[in-house]
Design a protein around this ligand. Structure first.
Ligand SMILES: Nc1ncnc2c1ncn2[C@@H]1O[C@H](COP(=O)(O)OP(=O)(O)O)[C@@H](O)[C@H]1O
Ligand SMILES: [Mg+2]
Length: 287
């Protein structure tokens, strides 16, 4: 479990101004969860992410972050926390350093001094987990954006983390690349039981998560299953946060008197609902 307790963070700008990036955040992340974090630019998402893996350490009196019982304020525990919590960032080109894919994925474990046979095993496993087995000898710069991001993910997986934090991993990708990455994350969560914390501004991606956290001005304002969070239309509108298209369409249908259930989040859900023969439970007709 990752526990964030009463965490606050201030940045000082060059001009001496103080910016409150996190404001008494409390949060518990359980193992096995697939969490999405949304919020407008500047709401504190990236700052929070950096606390999960001890890239930032709470100052005295500014709260604490505890990863599987390890308090990140204890400097001797920082490296262990960083291994437990893998990070993937937006731009795969900034994260990929080696000229050959297998070297890239081996980079982290090599730095840990892990024996070569074990490294080979980890590289194979990590490439398998992201669907990139067979690319070992290739050069990363020839890959598509989605493939590069999957290599960045496998580099994080080779460290055998318990948690994977991804800060807008799809923001530089085209729709196909976004889908590849989302499919990979879903599989990692469902098949390997990996805890995933996905920060994204693509609302469409958030229908996939188990738990959706919405941040505003350094605070958590909504936290729950996506079907619940998307019901908070008023709050979401005030934050000018977009909602998935199917959620929008469903609310228009509701205004027309069609009683679309709140757990309708995807096109498939909506089709199932609108075709009474495929969904006899509802028995609803639109005309
Ligand atoms: N290095 C920094 N120096 C000064 N202010 C920063 C720095 N990084 C972030 N901020 C400010 O802190 C607030 C939260 O930023 P951030 O955590 O990056 O939000 P998000 O990831 O949700 O866009 C914003 O107001 C941002 O401008
Ligand atoms: Mg950010």
């Amino acid at each position: 479990m990752i526990e964030v307790i009463n965490l606050s963070h201030q940045y000082q700008t060059a001009s001496g101004e103080t910016i409150k990036a996190l404001d008494r955040v409390n949060l518990k992340i359980n193992e096995g969860e697939f969490i999405g974090i949304a919020g407008r630019n500047g709401s504190g998402k990236s700052t929070l992410a950096k606390y999960f893996n001890a890239l930032l350490i709470p100052r005295p009196g500014e709260g604490q972050v505890v990863v599987d019982g390890r308090d990140s304020r204890k400097s001797e525990l920082v490296w262990e926390i960083r291994q437990r919590v893998g990070m993937v960032f937006a731009n795969p080109d900034n994260q990929i350093v080696a000229p050959v894919i297998e070297e890239e994925v081996a980079f982290g474990p090599e730095n840990l001094g892990i024996p070569p046979a074990e490294i080979r095993h980890r590289v194979n496993q990590a490439l398998n987990q992201v669907g990139m087995a067979g690319y070992e000898k290739r050069a990363p710069h020839h890959l598509s954006g989605g493939q590069k991001q999957r290599i960045a993910i496998s580099g994080a997986l080779a460290m055998q983390p318990r948690y994977l934090v991804l800060d807008e991993p799809t923001s530089m990708l085209d729709p196909a690349g976004r889908q590849e990455v989302m499919r990979t994350l879903k599989q990692l969560n469902q098949e390997a039981g990996m805890t995933i914390i996905l920060i994204t501004h693509h609302m469409e991606e958030l229908v996939e998560v188990d738990r959706l956290i919405v941040m505003s001005q350094g605070q958590i304002v909504l936290d729950g299953p996506p079907a619940k969070v998307f019901q908070e239309t008023q709050v979401l509108r005030e934050l000018s946060l977009d909602v998935p298209q199917v959620v929008k369409l469903s609310s228009m249908l509701r205004q027309l008197g069609v009683n679309v259930p709140w757990d309708v989040l995807t096109v498939d859900d909506l089709v199932d609902f609108l075709q009474p023969d495929r969904n006899p439970k509802t028995g609803n007709r639109i005309s």
